[in-house]
Ligand binder design. Structure first.
Ligand SMILES: [Ca+2]
Ligand SMILES: [Ca+2]
Length: 411
């Protein structure tokens, strides 16, 4: 501190009541103080494109001016503002990282302090779960969620904003949310939240009510009451769901999917002789053959009853009769016999009316006979068409009966 002191000598005539003279010192203080700097934050981390601010203030007399510079490179002029000593950089880039110097200066000198700025790429999701997913009931669902950041990042999965996840779920080491044995209660909105030192981002996935592929699945996961139900054997997307009848008591309560068609009643055939001259197309109710094929794929067992009641009308002998599979193959085995055998059930058990033939009807005599049994090769079911012949001569005739398609799985 420097003080300028001026002494004034006031000479006055003395009086009795006043001193001979009075001396007054008037001091003019031109107080000057060297700058002192206050930089509260010496280290800042930020993401690219964020705005950053370093506060810097100084004391001193005269009031020091504050300037900012960078130890290497330049302060980005266009995006920078300095106000009251505080440095703001808008929309920082990777290159803005480095050491910043705040300098306070007045006539007595200058003082500096430094602050480090570190810029990181923005936290983002590298792998996100789908926005929406419709699982198949009972299936396992994997919802991936991978965040990318140079900073340590934590991932947290929540359901409906609550931290509790289903009991049947686990977050794997790679942050994938695994839900097993998916059921209706699992539907809802799930959030994957990634957090690093700078911020939190989140992504949501909506789990829809799971689809059911068959009545066996409904029986296992939903209810055991027989009735009409919509099923979607190939899951969400692909083929449309369709309505079937679920018989929950048949087949030891396995949950049987039953498909009706337009040719279930006993139907009379006569009037023509050549092989396959009689033809009956089978139309399944409210469902396409591709949808039925998908049902057979998800079922462990499928069956369809087939019967031919004959009077002097042969099936396989002479190749007069056959059935057509869903993929349009002419099938040469009857219910109760194995594919490709060219036989009916009696041919397998050696119990046919004439042991030299594979079907009762092939005896071709003046007696009502029949061949019947279950077709069980699910890769060929259902029956798409029935063909008969040898029904043109006097008295030759027959009746065909075709059962509903039944598919089920044994849990
Ligand atoms: Ca589907
Ligand atoms: Ca005949």
């Amino acid at each position: 501190m420097i003080a300028f002191i001026k002494t004034l000598n006031l000479q006055e005539k003395s009086t009795k009541c006043t001193p001979k003279f009075a001396q007054t010192n008037i001091m003019y203080f031109f107080s000057t103080v060297a700058p002192k700097l206050l930089l509260p934050t010496n280290r800042l981390i930020a993401e690219e494109k964020q705005d950053i601010r370093f506060a810097c203030s100084a004391t001193g007399q005269p009031l020091p001016s504050i300037t900012w510079s960078k130890s290497v490179g330049n302060v980005p002029q266009k995006r920078t503002e300095v106000k009251n000593g505080n440095l703001t950089i808008h929309s920082v880039t990777k290159n803005d990282g480095g050491t910043y110097i705040c300098k306070a200066e007045n006539i007595l000198g200058s003082v500096t302090d430094t602050a480090q700025l570190m810029i990181f790429p923005p936290l983002r999701f590298k792998v996100s779960p789908p926005q929406e997913v419709t699982p198949m009931i009972g299936s396992n669902l994997r919802l991936p969620c991978v965040a990318e950041s140079d900073l340590r990042t934590t991932i947290k999965w929540t359901k409906e904003g609550m931290s509790s996840l289903p009991v049947e779920s686990r977050v794997l080491q790679n942050e994938t949310l695994l839900i097993w044995n998916t059921k209706i209660a699992h539907k809802g909105s799930y959030t994957c939240r990634a957090t690093n030192a700078l911020r939190t981002i989140e992504t949501k996935v909506k789990i829809n009510s799971p689809t059911v592929s068959s009545c066996s699945v409904i029986r296992k996961y939903i209810n055991s009451a027989s009735g009409n139900c919509a099923i979607d054997p190939d899951g969400a997307g692909g083929l449309a769901p369709f309505t079937v009848y679920c018989d929950m008591s048949d087949k030891n309560r396995a949950g049987v999917t039953v498909i009706s068609h337009d040719s279930e009643s006993r139907m009379h055939v006569n009037g023509c002789d050549p092989a396959g001259c009689y033809s009956r197309d089978i139309h399944y109710r409210g469902v396409s053959l591709s949808q039925l094929a998908s049902l057979t794929r998800v079922s462990s067992h499928c069956e369809q009853f087939i019967k031919y009641g004959c009077y002097k009308s042969m099936i396989f002998k002479g190749g007069f009769g056959w059935w057509v599979s869903r993929d349009s193959t002419k099938m040469k085995h009857w219910g109760g016999a194995s594919p490709g055998s060219g036989k009916c059930a009696c041919g397998i058990t050696n119990s046919c009316a004439d042991s030299s033939y594979g079907c009762n009807c092939d005896r071709n005599d003046d007696t009502w006979r029949e061949d019947s049994g279950l077709l069980t090769d699910k890769t060929h079911l259902p029956v798409k068409q029935l063909r008969f012949g040898d029904i043109g001569d006097s008295g030759e005739q027959g009746y065909h009966t075709l059962g509903k398609l039944k598919c089920y799985s044994i849990a």
